[in-house]
Design a protein around this ligand. Sequence first.
Ligand code: XMP
Length: 327
Amino acid sequence: MAMDRRPDNMIRITTPELANAFIDEQVKLIREQVGDKKVLLALSGGVDSSVVAALLIKAIGQNLVCVHVNHGLLRKGEPEQVIEVFKNQMNANLIYVDATDRFLDKLAGVDDPETKRMIIGGEFIEVFAEEARKLDGIEFLAQGTIWPDILESENGIKAHHNAGGLPEDMKFELVEPVRILFKDEVRVVGDALGLPHGMVYRQPFPGPGLGVRCPGAITRDRLEAVRESDAILREEFDKNGLADKVWQYFTVVPDFRSTGIKDEKRAFEWCCIVRAVNTTDVMTATVAEIPYELMCHITDRITHEVPGINRVLYDFTPKPTGTVEFE
Ligand code: XMP
């Protein structure tokens, strides 16, 4: 039977040996639980769902059906990486759904942050359920629930967001192979399963994606400016050794224009805000110190390489009074 609770005496998984022992045990448990039946997984490309996918591929191969929904609010290169790693390298049974237009059409003109979140979350479930209905013989749903999710839902801190959400008529038995692990252990297991470092150690990324970094009503051009500036920031943090030191870093492009000069002509364009924070519990956060020279270089790249941006600003606000995200 699958393991529901983390045993009190369980040793923290910190080494490849411990990770491999966990993997062997889970592969056995997954096979016992699902037999030759099919399992469905919403694969976002985040750490938890990626590790669950890799574990299930090892255990049941093609009987795992992964659905990757691209809501159009992912970071540059993310859908491509999911396809490359899971379909091309691991030979996963992967369904890729590009639902960009569907999401952006629904979000057009919507400027309230919580309404944006609800539309993105609701639409995601709808797209996923539609894909699930097209498939035959699925009896199980795999989820990247981890041990802190269980503890937090038991303590009433937050609802266990992974469970549920699907329409009433869609009932699956759950497969949750990392539910007894802490986040750091999921990463060690991901490493042992051969997932790329960038995937296993990637910074947190919110479910509503770049949608909350494009404050106000999302437009395609401003969303593109967020995506391109974020890609430059990530590239520079990687190159300069900050990616593993700063907890979360990203760009925001508000719907606000200012006067500037480009190619000796007046340029009335958006500004791009860089945010980089450190935290241990996410309840509070401090502003990361970025070397001055590097900020100048990032500013130069973003203002010259990203269409529509003529200024770069750095957000010096800790949490509180700011939250990490702008919306
Ligand atoms: P805030 O902005 O609340 O962010 O200080 C704290 C952490 O939570 C992430 N975040 C979200 N994650 N859905 C998510 O899955 C959301 O709606 C959401 N809002 C914020 C944020 O990126 C940060 O890591």
